[in-house]
Design a protein around this ligand. Structure first.
Ligand code: FRU
Length: 497
């Protein structure tokens, strides 16, 4: 029985994954081998390669019966599928192997830490933290699971909301993990646990908590140090809208501050959304060999995935492009990993393109600027004679009926992504916008397009807007329009493996 569920999943994915033609997947974004994925899990470096595990239902394109899928890569962009790593086959995880993380135990052994979920006869859920060890391909669940039971929770906390351990090594050769929990008021709390050997865990204290300002429960925590600051990433549920700073619903939050080691307490200084687009959730980071803090996330959101047409594909859910993080003046900056440059093929350059018009009636097309897999860097600036531009619009994934729009309104310093006319997507949530730094009407935009997505990095990564795009693959036009007059330089590369 124990082996049975995992072997069944492995057999199924090997047969069915093969049947998905490459052209029906993104060119360089990660998708599950077959079936459904949500959160990235166990994003780590082990045995000379990056490992990406993922919340995985191989059998259907909807959430169910969470397994851990598995893939490895040496460049973070080309992923080789390995057999599924975990299946819900123990009493304590019979309702699912929920999200978690990974680290190296010894040179030969990798340690996975995940949330085991079970339901009792009345349908009540119990969430506990479990471990499995393995060689980078096959993993064995620890006989002493769960290693952190809900009886280790502080008084009044909810045993049904205790999940998503992020494990990391401490300076003294031990291990720590941060786990999301829900206190007696129904608010998210991040708990820290410590261990000498990765197997036996002790409660250390409350690292951070939701004062009520950021939704209710918090999911999928990450905690690390970067550029002299302590950083927390979490995904709050039920966020109240605070536009344009925070969107409503399932959101993401980065808190930048300091860490009081004696008290085991994070002291926040700034709070912001991680990604201002439509589809981004549950980010997780890894430290690369050369010291970069790299983040990946589910390029989807619980708010929108039910509105997507799942039927066209044998996979659902993709990960965003891995992003290098940095912190400057209390702000998180994100850039596509530098490895993205190795995907650059044909280059097309235009400088001093004058965009002028009344709007969208006659958008400009430029030779060589088109396609659905592209890296486009644009510098926009006002004319020197002071002519006003009230809006810049970039249309992509466009044909006669369809287009996804990126809109910059200089007078408001806002950038908006709008996929109202993006083909099969039928959800209510079609637009998202953010405020950007006032640079006197100038802006720099880097747009990474893949077959099913767009990621917009603004002003060198000070803000990012990410959206899934399910427009028909034939819609390849890219067009530009301005209300008023604006100058543009553009460098475009086709991206391919
Ligand atoms: C976040 C999440 C996690 C949980 C997992 C279950 O998207 O709800 O909190 O572990 O998904 O698939």
């Amino acid at each position: 029985m124990v082996e049975h569920s995992l072997l069944r999943a492995r057999k199924y994915e090997e047969e069915q994954g093969e049947r998905i033609p490459c052209k029906d997947r993104p060119a360089f974004h990660f998708t599950p081998r077959v079936g459904w994925t949500n959160d990235p899990n166990g994003f780590s470096y082990f045995g000379g390669r990056y490992h990406l595990f993922y919340q995985y239902n191989p059998y259907d394109v909807v959430w169910d019966s969470m397994h851990w899928g598995h893939a490895v890569s040496s460049d973070l962009l080309t992923w080789e599928y390995l057999p599924a790593a975990l299946a819900p086959d123990e009493k304590y995880d019979s309702f699912g192997c929920f999200s978690g993380s990974a680290t190296e135990l010894t040179g030969e052994k990798q340690l996975l830490m995940y949330t085991g979920v079970r339901k009792d006869e009345e349908g009540r859920e119990f969430q506990v933290q479990c471990i499995a060890t393995g060689d980078g391909r096959d993993y064995v669940k620890f006989a002493g699971n769960p290693v952190i039971d809900s009886n280790m929770l502080p008084e009044g906390f909810d045993a049904a909301n205790f999940r998503d351990p992020k494990i990391f090594k401490t300076g003294d050769g031990g291990y720590a993990c941060v786990v999301a929990a829900k206190d007696a008021d129904g608010l998210g709390v991040l708990l820290m646990f410590l261990s000498r050997d990765g197997h036996e865990w002790k409660y250390r204290g409350i690292l951070d908590r939701n004062s009520g300002e950021f939704g209710r429960m918090w999911e999928c925590p990450d905690f690390f140090f970067l550029d002299g600051k302590a950083v927390i990433l979490v995904s709050p549920q039920e966020m109240a809208k605070q536009e344009p700073r925070f969107h409503g619903g399932n959101g993401t939050l980065v808190r930048i501050g300091s860490f009081d080691e004696n008290e085991c307490r994070f002291v926040p200084e700034t709070d912001s959304l991680i990604d201002h687009g439509i589809d981004f959730y549950a980010p997780q980071t890894v430290l690369s060999l050369d010291g970069r803090r790299i983040m990946i996330a589910w390029m989807q959101n619980w708010e929108t995935c039910n509105d997507m047409d799942h039927s066209a594909h044998k996979w659902f859910g993709q990960m965003c492009i891995p992003r290098e993080l940095s912190v400057k003046e209390g702000r998180l900056y994100q850039r596509p990993v530098k490895e993205t440059e190795s995907l650059r093929r044909e280059k097309t350059v235009y400088t001093n393109v004058l965009l002028e018009g009344k709007g969208t009636e006659e958008p400009l097309e430029l030779d060589g600027i088109n396609g659905r897999c592209a890296d486009m860097e644009m510098e926009l600036r006002p004319l020197e004679n002071g002519d006003e531009c009230s809006a810049f619009e970039l249309f992509f994934a466009a044909d006669k009926e369809n287009r996804t729009v990126l809109r910059f309104i200089p007078s408001e310093n806002t950038v908006e992504i709008d996929r109202t006319d993006s083909g099969t997507c039928k959800g209510a949530l079609q637009k998202r916008s953010c405020k950007v730094t006032d640079r006197g009407g100038r802006i720099s935009l880097r747009v990474i397009l893949d077959r099913y997505s767009a990621e917009v990095f603004i002003n060198d990564g000070e803000k990012v807007l990410t959206t899934a795009v399910f427009t028909d693959a034939d819609a390849t036009a890219v067009r530009f329009a301005a209300k008023g007059r604006m100058m543009m330089d553009i460098v475009k590369y086709t991206l391919a493996h």
